[in-house]
Design a protein around this ligand. Structure first.
Ligand code: NAD
Length: 254
């Protein structure tokens, strides 16, 4: 559980998993900055949160924009205790068809976006000698593969390589950097993949259901808590057991 009055930034928080993280942190008493490229929806999400919240427009792939986000939060609240670098995109394209532009866009938002968000918040966290950073990676890339997502999988694995070395660089402070690896979580982005995809995905998850954004939110809230200070550079899988079965046969034995 995060401490009350914790100042938290959640990127990509207008909708989906980010909104779920924002909801959990806010209900635990944190002040939440809903940071998203979709400023209008971010404003609506912030207004619906139970606690103190504000919306800030940000494009995480742009250095000036992430710098301005950190500055706005410090001006408004004087601290940054928690950063959830969650914003991400996952358009599908086969390896033969994916263009350099598509590859760059996905890696810019997902991997570079996490790097820029962390870099922008780090000076304030260092000056406080306190910070909890949680990246939203994925099971796709770090643990498993899925045709059509080579660019996405590469970006999500890159986030973990970045995280491990960044965690070492700040290990002499009370700043930690960890990552959550969601499986299939019911969000607008995932709904766009269609009902057939969702149904077949349900059948491949031992828990029998897709996750809710709040399921990821609770895992993030733990890693973002003061008490998780001895945990750094590691990952927490939130996938309903999706990566557990050693084969289709094993799944059918349940
Ligand atoms: P979503 O599309 O529902 O929400 C993503 C949010 O990020 C949106 O509000 C969008 O406006 C925002 N965003 C997009 N580009 C941005 C940018 N450049 N700067 C700032 N904000 C931006 O997606 P989601 O399913 O909630 O995914 C959120 C994160 O979780 C992503 O990093 C995704 O890769 C990861 N993830 C999702 C799932 C899943 O099943 N939904 C599984 C594994 C990992």
């Amino acid at each position: 559980m995060v401490s009350t009055d914790t100042v938290s930034i959640v990127t990509g928080a207008a909708s989906g998993i980010g909104a779920g993280i924002a909801e959990v942190l806010s209900s635990e008493g944190a002040t939440v900055v809903v940071a998203d490229v979709d400023e209008e929806t971010a404003g609506e999400t912030a207004a619906d949160l139970p606690g103190e919240a504000m919306a800030v427009g940000v494009d995480v792939a742009d250095r000036e924009s992430t710098a301005s986000l950190a500055e706005t939060v410090v001006d408004e609240y004087g601290r940054i205790d928690v950063l959830c670098a969650n914003a991400g995109i996952y358009p599908s394209a086969s390896l033969e068809e994916v263009t350099v532009e598509e590859w760059d866009e996905v890696n810019d938002v997902n991997a570079k976006g996490a790097f820029l968000s962390v870099q922008a918040c780090l000076p304030q966290m260092k000056s406080q000698d306190y910070g909890r950073i949680v990246l939203t990676s994925s099971i796709t890339g770090p643990m498993v593969g899925y045709p059509g997502w080579t660019h996405y999988a590469a970006s999500k694995a890159a986030m973990l390589g970045f995280m491990r070395t960044a965690a070492m660089e700040v290990a002499d402070t009370d700043i930690t950097i960890n990552a959550v690896l969601p499986g299939n979580i019911r969000t607008g982005g995932l709904d766009d993949l269609g009902e057939e995809y969702l149904e077949r995905m349900r059948q491949s998850i031992p828990k029998g259901e897709l996750g809710d954004p709040e399921d990821v939110g609770h895992a993030v809230a733990f890693l973002a808590s003061e008490k998780a200070g001895y945990i750094t550079g590691t990952t927490l899988v939130v996938d309903g057991g999706q990566t557990l079965p050693e084969s289709q046969l094993a799944l059918e034995e349940i």
